[in-house]
Design a binder for this molecule. Structure first.
Ligand code: FAD
Ligand code: N01
Length: 532
């Protein structure tokens, strides 16, 4: 342990964007806060995901903290979409700039957190020792538990095995190797073009194709940086009025696609494709709500795939038949073009899937592929995975895992009824993964800090979610999702990627209405929370 004392006002689990800001915020308010982190350094997502091509797909000027004006003015992003090393460098800089490391225990994993009703404190067990704290914040991340499917013969493969979310720090050289990659989500779509440049041959095992739009990445234009920095506060404030907390105002985004003349629709889709990035999906008001409207944008992307990929059979395999945006859209550099390389083969595993790993490679769709390395780009047990891996027990020894056995329930994605003084940053029911996550994380951290200050002023010691308010919020999260096309495919948003995981739509759609709700809750004296 880095300090002799083991009793804190707050224990924070995780040293990513959320944990670092939570520590800084609480320290600034005069609390004794301490972070416990499994990794050897800060960074969270950007510490673990070091696969080739890893970078954010929200623009760097947006995907960064806004809590400190000097920091946002002084930090210089080099590319439109920052690479994993650059984001990690930024988070390391934040840790040093605010002297955060002295209050972080690295290489320490939290195994259990039990609420002690007698003392009103949390007993937190790690693999290196125990802590007590009045408040416990799970800043454990919502895409931080890698999903490694349980294939037959998993251990028999004699070659190298990697997961994108556990990438070796020293990097991997695939030169001259026969490589197989399982999955075609964002991680795969970023890494495939770069692995293909090195490998002797790359086999891509695709269960479901994804929609991807070009990043058009490059150096950030100096004039744009100067412009944003000249009014960063207002720029950030404007982003908070946007559905996903970032983006641009388009001419037609309040209009139905059917109210816009066809040639203007085409021109707007062309314009958005040329701009690149996730904003492609936000051109018209009904794309996410009306299947026919969605079909127009989806067919546009399919057209681009067919134009780019020379082999018609491969192109068809790459065309998703699902709704655009129903699985998280991907943003790529040269993804589709990579399939024009002679050393890349797309293998359709949509029917029988990857069946097993063998000594020499893997069996998919009945054929054995001989490989030197297998890359699992198989995603994460999203939103609940890292929480369920900790033995969390609340009032009466109730286990979080049991409470969530039919799907996670939380109030505002911030607290779980029956687990007093335990907060989750971007928990289920938060807008989290449907937004630019950094401003969402900052909003959550500030809400938690304000709630604790509220308790102090009111001379109270406990805050808990009211079960009825929680149920109403869970119903609202699902109700909103049900108005959209989001629940229409097997996405990780609803746990469909993990065998046996309850099928429940987890994130809340709508950053502005979420902020409004939180402000209303505070104005009504923490409505929906029990303070005691
Ligand atoms: P994390 O960064 O996941 O940090 C959680 C930390 O908790 C980890 O370091 C983990 O080791 C630690 N931890 C977990 N359990 C324990 C335990 N039991 N004991 C000790 N420590 C523990 N979001 C965007 O908005 N835009 C993007 O472009 C974007 N790109 C992404 C790219 C990738 C490859 C991935 C995987 C995610 C991406 N995300 C993106 C989502 C990203 O996870 C968030 O933006 C953000 O980094 C999350 O920060 P966090 O601090 O909440 O969690
Ligand atoms: O994971 P995914 P990811 N057999 O779950 C396949 C963020 N992120 O790591 O679709 C065969 O999207 C699975 O197939 P299917 C972002 O939020 C952002 O790529 O389930 N295949 C799918 O193709 C993202 O959404 C960036 O049928 C199997 C793939 O593996 C989230 O993290 C970059 C399988 C997993 O895709 C997760 O992305 C990276 C099996 N048994 C990540 N099991 C940016 O660009 C799974 N698959 C910012």
């Amino acid at each position: 342990m880095s300090e002799k004392t083991t009793d804190f006002d707050m224990i924070i689990v995780g040293a990513g964007f959320a944990g670092l800001y939570m520590l800084h915020k609480m320290r600034g308010l005069g609390y004794k806060a301490h972070v416990v982190e499994k990794g050897t350094d800060v960074g969270g997502t950007w510490y673990w995901n070091r696969y080739p091509g890893a970078r954010c797909d929200i623009e760097s000027l947006d995907y960064s903290y806004q809590f400190d004006e000097d920091l946002q003015q002084e930090w210089e992003w080099s590319e439109r979409y920052a690479t994993q090393p650059e984001i990690l460098k930024y988070l390391r800089h934040v840790a040093d700039r605010f002297d955060l490391r002295k209050d972080i225990d690295f290489e320490t994993t939290v195994k259990a957190a039990h609420f002690d009703e007698g003392s009103g404190k949390w007993n937190i067990k790690t693999d290196k020792g125990d802590f007590t704290a009045r408040y416990c914040v799970m800043a454990t991340g919502c895409l931080s538990s890698p999903n490694i499917p349980d294939f037959k013969g998993q251990d028999s493969f004699k070659g190298d095995v990697y997961h994108t979310g556990y990438w070796p720090h020293e990097g991997v050289d695939f030169t001259g190797k026969r490589v197989g990659i399982i999955g075609t989500g964002s991680s795969a779509i970023q890494s495939i073009p770069l692995i293909a440049e090195q490998a002797a041959h790359l086999y891509v095992f695709q269960r479901t194709p994804n929609f991807s739009v070009p990043a058009h990445n490059g150096q950030i234009d100096a004039a744009r940086i100067a412009n944003v920095k000249s009014h960063y506060k207002e720029y950030r404030a404007q982003n908070k009025t946007r559905l996903a907390g970032f983006g641009e105002d388009g001419k037609y985004q309040e209009m139905s696609i059917f109210d816009v003349p066809a040639e203007e629709v085409q021109a707007e889709l062309d314009r958005r494709w040329a701009v690149g990035g996730l904003q492609f999906g936000g051109g018209f008001a009904d794309t996410l709500f009306d299947k026919k409207a969605n079909d127009i944008a989806a067919e546009y992307v399919r057209g681009k795939i067919r134009e780019t990929v020379k082999d018609p059979k491969t192109a068809e395999l790459l065309c998703p038949d699902s709704v655009l945006g129903c699985k998280r859209m991907c943003v790529d550099t040269n993804y589709y073009d990579t399939y024009n390389r002679d050393n890349v083969t797309l293998v359709d595993v949509s029917g029988s899937g990857v069946q097993e790993l063998t000594e020499k490679g893997l069996i998919a769709a009945g054929d054995e592929y001989e490989l030197d390395a297998v890359v699992f780009a198989t995603g994460f047990d999203a939103m609940t995975g890292s929480l369920n891996r900790i033995d969390i027990q609340g009032i009466g020894g109730a286990k979080l895992k049991d409470k969530w056995s039919e799907g996670p329930k939380a109030y505002l994605g911030l607290m779980i009824a029956g687990f007093p003084n335990l907060f989750t940053v971007t928990g289920p029911g938060s807008p989290s993964v449907l937004t630019n996550m950094v401003p969402t994380i900052e909003q959550h951290v500030e809400f938690i800090a304000d709630a604790i200050e509220h308790l102090k002023k009111a001379q109270k010691t406990t805050i808990d979610a009211d079960p009825e308010a929680q149920d109403a919020w869970v119903a609202q999260v699902r109700g909103i999702a049900d108005m959209t096309l989001l629940p229409t495919c097997n996405s990780w948003y609803q746990g469909a990627n993990i065998p046996g995981k309850p099928r429940v739509f987890m994130p809340y759609l709508g950053f502005p209405s979420y902020i409004e709700k939180c402000e209303e809750v505070v104005a009504k004296d923490y409505e929906g929370f029990k303070v005691g």
